[in-house]
Design a protein around this ligand. Structure first.
Ligand code: ZN
Length: 270
């Protein structure tokens, strides 16, 4: 999971979102806002505006429209980072959207938590619970529209790309600190390590990156400039960009990658 580019939505669609959001915000009570946010959203998802929102979100995905959370499956759901059932004032906010797969969206669903004081407070609402606003506080879930997830998470790449390829809180985070807990919470909520195919996919991704780098190292002297540019372009489109980012972040401790980067330091720019 990488921080997403700061992409703008075309003004005409942004204006439409603003109007719909204003209508929700003007409702007199919180329960009405919650109810109408859901209903209004459902009634708008087939509009031209949302067709274009999807198109713009697609440009923020890696590879062949991969999910912004897991980078593995096809992104086909507009995900509200702050759930609309708790945050009706965020239902039509562009910055609250990303494109995710059904697995990630389904796992996250209405799970949310906020930091109150220095503690994590989980927000839940069962069927007969009163509809009241969540306590004020920063979200525990790491928001890739505004934060860099790799400030909090790292991948277990092992000694030389032989690790578990599961995510864990970044090594420098204090175990009893809030950032460590935010990392744990985000991994858990999205099930980033529970789905075995994700870990295997990341492992294969890492081995593919290394194979391409070896190929580059062997051939770079005989490549023309435009062949080199094409190689880099193709490299940047490879699956699991988070894996590559982590290979760069950790290369000093991964002997085979360290050697390749020392021979061709320009690849750190890729
Ligand atoms: Zn996903």
């Amino acid at each position: 999971m990488l921080q997403l580019p700061k992409t703008h939505l075309a003004q005409e669609y942004q204006n439409e979102l603003n109007i719909w959001q204003k209508e929700i915000n003007a409702l007199p009570s919180y329960p009405e806002k919650v109810e109408q946010a859901k209903a209004k959203y459902e009634s708008k998802i087939k509009t031209v505006t949302f067709k274009n929102i999807r198109k713009t979100l697609e440009t923020m995905c890696s590879g062949n429209r991969r999910c912004c959370y897991c980078e593995d499956s096809c992104a086909d759901e507009v995900e509200h980072i702050l759930p609309k059932s708790f945050y009706p004032k965020r239902v039509f906010i562009w910055k609250n959207y990303l494109y995710s797969c059904g697995q990630c969206n389904g796992k996250k669903n209405n799970n949310y938590a906020v930091i109150v004081g220095n503690k994590i407070q989980h927000i839940t609402r069962k069927n007969n619970d009163p509809i009241v606003p969540p306590p004020a506080g920063k979200g525990v879930f790491i928001n890739p529209r505004i934060e860099n997830p790799l400030d909090f998470l790292e991948l277990d790449l092992g000694d030389d790309l032989d690790g578990t390829f599961s995510f864990r809180p970044r090594y420098h985070l204090l175990k009893d600190g809030i950032d460590y807990q935010r990392a744990d919470y985000t991994i858990e909520i999205l099930g980033l390590n529970d789905r075995d195919y994700l870990c295997r996919g990341r492992e294969q991704g890492a081995l593919n990156y290394r194979a391409r780098l070896i190929e580059y190292q062997q051939n770079k002297d005989s490549l023309t400039n435009s062949q080199k540019q094409q190689f880099i372009k193709d490299f940047k489109k490879m699956s699991y960009p988070t894996v590559w980012q982590e290979m760069k972040n950790q290369y000093q401790t991964i002997p085979s990658i360290k050697q390749l980067i020392e021979q061709s330091p320009e690849i750190l720019e890729w």
